[in-house]
Design a protein around this ligand. Structure first.
Ligand code: SF4
Length: 863
């Protein structure tokens, strides 16, 4: 470690005319670019006065629009340094230490609760958990402590302590555990009201170059930290971030950092506050000789942050780090002092104690503002409802919040409350009869009123989609012929280039491709076409995940929203059994109020009412949601689900297993790696799954090839997939289509090529390729049945997801209708079980003699 500071590449002051021009544009309210923002960061003297004046007015407009003009906020808190061990080595940090300098690797539960209780007695409302990044991966002392106390990792201990603080003191946890994965965020969201991590800077050289302040600190790579901000937004976690001023970054780099925060804030609306913090050198650190950031530089950065992030942003400066310059920082656009503690020290800046609250109030009043208490979650999120807060922490928030303003009720003391599911439990509500008229409804292509709020920044998405859906280059007929020859010899070993050539084949090349797929189908499974008699049960359509292709999801208050009770799900399963079904396929929206045990309760009820049914239930997204709610690992959750009655998992929620495409298609669904983790864990446990791919939106043939090759590789490792189901994108009511970003679904050529290539690339690995009649209809299904497909799926009995998206092929098919699809092919047709076995005679008879009622159980007898 060295004390050298990497030299900023440009720090010459900008020219006078550039500064005047940028100031004029700021004054006129014109949107600034990075260059102009960097120029303004150099404003000093009269220019700085003018800059802070403009920024201050923007802040004032924002506070007036938020309904609290002239109000500056702070959060009374205690600071809980759960562990001061850290795997990183930031050169300015005095918080992180080594094991022999602390009495123990972690604070004990009693120590945590003592701090929190002292805070509650002093009127604090926030428990700020600050800790080093994953110390167990660097320090044996940390690993040993966790093992001795029964916690698999630091985050498990953090989760447990957050629950105890909620239950025993009522303080609201704000978690700062450093870099978090998407899965970590799901795990911690139910026990906190907000989380945070300073971006600090996007200047990669400060992390990459030896001597840089972040060199040797894996968690300080800017790309990693930006990914955390994005994942927090995707997970609807109110998130605090910020920039650190004066650690060696240039003005352009600092401006870029602010624009990066703005991009994430616009995309997900989850950045609840931005801290602008000045570097202060600390003795005993490698950067002890580096000069402190100047307070004028801090004021200019606050003002530029305000102009870049806009009036509705909450911008914060730590009041213990700004010397006597509180008035200047307020003039520059600050509207929040962040967390201030009357009880504990600032363990990150121990040399600077927090100001007394009356002193802070005086400084704030002197600048013309009123100081008000807020909670650890900013008022906008308290008031918004939606999915920002887990139902288990809502009672704690409501006990302390003024429902009108979303701020803290002055003088209210927190008291411990149970951390549990809402007492009302899981009940039927809304349009539980939606499945009955879904076929009679006209397509609804209207945009919902909260179109932008729910789905994010459409302009940025449009830009991203331009790169993902770029067409492939030219392809020659001779390439197709050569690729076909190689595919014939070794279908599943086809190289990437050949696979892409064939995936884009047209004309006679496409015909030959489909003929090859048909021959391989015959070789793999013979001529038989199979189907299953099953019933779909979508137990709720309430969902805030924000998938931009989904027209099924509703908000709690939407007219079409519904939730089935456990008993209603059981009734539908029993009806399906009477109609001859062998399978229930059950999935639902990610309802924020879903109790932790709901998935198990629903599975157990299905099996209680119809023990002979195979339960094919819960997408990988639901599995992860279940783990977040229960605190179980994926493996333990799957074991519990199997005990409750789950027999296999649908491999839905795969969409395209490429995050560049996924993050256009969805705001909050699980990343590709987590999908893979769930299905492979299931396979390892002996729970089979299907695999799917939704295509024809903002993707390109290269994504389809890569997706199929990934499925093939996974199958080689686990052999757990029973079938592959290509799912053509249904565009009509899909938000991403209504916003003008996605294509109107795949073409007929695409459908034929995708099904044929699935057969070819999965040959010898996954024997069954299924057509989705819901999406392709009768004619489309017949076409792909001649090009590699051997299964027509199920009767479904009630299909609402594709119907809500605008599919026009109905929501149920009788056995007769399924057989009708296959009739022109002249191939034998066979009813199968979920796992492609033989159906017991009793089930065949029950299906054949089912009462022909489409409204209830639309299995219309058998040919
Ligand atoms: S696809 Fe599923 S997770 Fe996504 S919004 Fe629709 S219901 Fe929710």
């Amino acid at each position: 470690m060295t004390g050298r500071r990497t030299v900023a590449p440009e720090q010459n002051p900008p020219g006078r005319s550039a500064l005047r021009r940028a100031l004029r544009r700021a004054r006129d309210g014109v949107s600034l670019d990075v260059g102009e923002a960097a120029v303004l960061l150099a404003a000093r003297g009269e220019d700085l006065d003018e800059l802070v004046g403009v920024a201050g007015r923007v802040r004032d407009q924002g506070l007036a629009a938020a309904g609290r003009p002239g109000t500056v906020t702070y959060s009374p808190k205690v600071f809980i340094p759960l562990t001061r061990l850290c795997r990183d080595r930031c050169h300015y940090c005095t918080f992180a230490t080594v094991p022999h300098r602390v009495p123990d690797a972690y604070l004990s539960p009693d120590e945590v609760l003592d701090i929190a209780a002292a805070g509650a007695r002093a009127g604090c409302k926030e428990a700020l958990f600050t800790l080093g990044d994953r110390p167990e991966s660097r320090w044996p002392a940390a690993r040993e402590w966790l093992d001795a106390h029964g916690y698999p990792d630091t985050l498990a201990y953090l989760r447990a302590m957050a629950v105890r603080v909620l239950e025993e003191t009522g303080l609201l946890p704000h978690l700062n555990p450093g870099v978090l994965s998407w899965s970590d965020l799901q795990r911690l969201k139910p026990v906190s009201v907000s989380m945070g991590m300073m971006l600090e800077t996007t200047a990669t050289r400060l992390w990459r170059d030896p001597g840089g302040p972040h060199h040797g600190s894996p968690d300080k790579e800017p790309a990693v930290r930006l990914r955390v901000l994005e994942d927090a937004g995707r997970s609807a976690v109110p998130f605090t971030t910020g920039v650190l001023v004066g650690i060696g970054e240039s003005r352009v780099e600092r401006a870029e950092s602010l624009f990066a925060i703005r991009r994430v804030a616009r995309a997900y609306r989850g950045i609840q506050e931005t801290i602008v913090q000045n570097f202060r050198a600390k003795p005993d650190t490698a950067m002890r000789d580096v000069p402190d950031a100047e307070l004028t530089d801090l004021a200019a950065t606050i003002a530029v942050a305000r102009l870049v992030l806009g009036p509705s942003a909450r911008i914060q400066a730590p009041p213990n780090l700004v010397g006597e310059q509180h008035g200047l920082m307020l003039r520059a656009g600050v509207d929040d002092w962040g967390g201030v503690s009357p009880v504990t020290a600032d363990h990150v800046n121990p040399e600077r104690s927090w100001p007394a609250l009356d002193e802070l109030a005086r400084w704030t009043e002197r600048a013309g503002f009123t100081l008000r208490e807020r909670l650890a979650v900013q008022p906008e999120y308290v008031r918004s409802g939606g999915s920002w807060l887990d139902p288990r922490v809502l009672p704690h928030v409501r006990a302390l919040a003024d429902p009108q303003t979303g701020l803290a009720v002055p003088g209210r003391r927190p008291t411990g409350l149970p951390w549990q599911e809402p007492a009302a439990g899981w009940r039927a509500s809304g349009r539980t009869d939606l499945h009955l008229d879904v076929d009679r409804r006209p397509a609804d292509d209207r945009r919902r009123s909260d179109f932008s709020e729910v789905y994010g920044d459409w302009d940025a998405l449009r830009e991203r989609a331009r790169t993902t859906s770029a067409p492939v280059g030219g392809r020659l007929d001779s390439d197709v012929a050569a690729a076909l020859r190689r595919a014939e010899k070794n279908p599943s070993g086809l190289g990437e280039r050949d696979a892409l050539t064939l995936m884009t084949a047209e004309g006679s090349g496409l015909e030959q491709l489909c003929a090859l797929a048909d021959a391989l189908r015959r070789e793999a499974v013979g001529d038989e076409v199979t189907y299953v008699v099953n019933r779909n049960i979508n137990f709720t359509n309430v969902c805030y995940t924000g998938c931009r292709f989904c027209a099924f999801a509703q908000r709690r208050s939407d007219a079409d929203a519904y939730t089935l009770s456990v008993a209603q799900v059981g009734d539908r399963a029993a009806e399906a059994w009477r109609a001859g079904a062998t399978e229930i396929c059950m999935q639902g929206g990610i309802h924020p109020d879903l109790p932790g045990t709901a998935y198990f309760d629903l599975a157990a009820e299905v099996k209680r009412r119809a023990p002979g049914l195979h339960l094919h239930a819960y997408s990988p997204m639901e599995v992860v949601n279940g783990t977040a709610r229960t605190g179980l690992s994926i493996e333990d959750w799957l074991v519990a689900a199997r005990s409750a009655g789950v027999d296999s998992l649908p491999g839905t929620a795969a969409e395209i297993l490429d995050d560049d495409v996924r993050w256009i298609l969805t705001r909050g669904k699980l990343p590709a790696a987590t999908w893979v983790e769930v299905v492979t864990t299931a396979h390892r446990l002996g729970i089979p799954t299907t695999a799917t791919m939704m295509y024809g939106h903002v993707d390109a043939p290269a994504h389809w090839v890569a997706h199929l090759r990934l499925i093939a590789r996974l199958q080689d490792e686990t052999n757990g997939f029973t079938e592959f189901v290509p799912l053509p994108f249904v565009h009509t009511n899909a938000p991403v289509y209504l916003a003008g970003i996605a294509r109107p679904g795949p073409t007929e050529r695409d459908n034929r090529a995708v099904h044929a290539m699935a057969r070819i690339l999965l040959h010898g690995r996954i024997p069954n390729i299924q057509t989705s009649w819901v999406k392709l209809g009768v004619d489309g299904s017949r076409l792909v049945l001649s090009g590699g497909v051997n299964d027509v799926g199920g009767t479904l009995m009630e299909e609402t997801i594709s119907r809500m998206a605008g599919s026009s092929h109905g929501s149920a098919k009788s056995v007769a209708e399924l057989r009708e699809i296959c009739a022109p092919l002249g191939r034998p047709v066979r009813q199968r079980t979920t796992l492609y076995g033989e159906v017991p005679a009793e089930r065949l008879t029950a299906a054949a003699s089912a009462r022909p009622s489409r409204a209830l159980l639309p299995v219309l007898g058998q040919h």
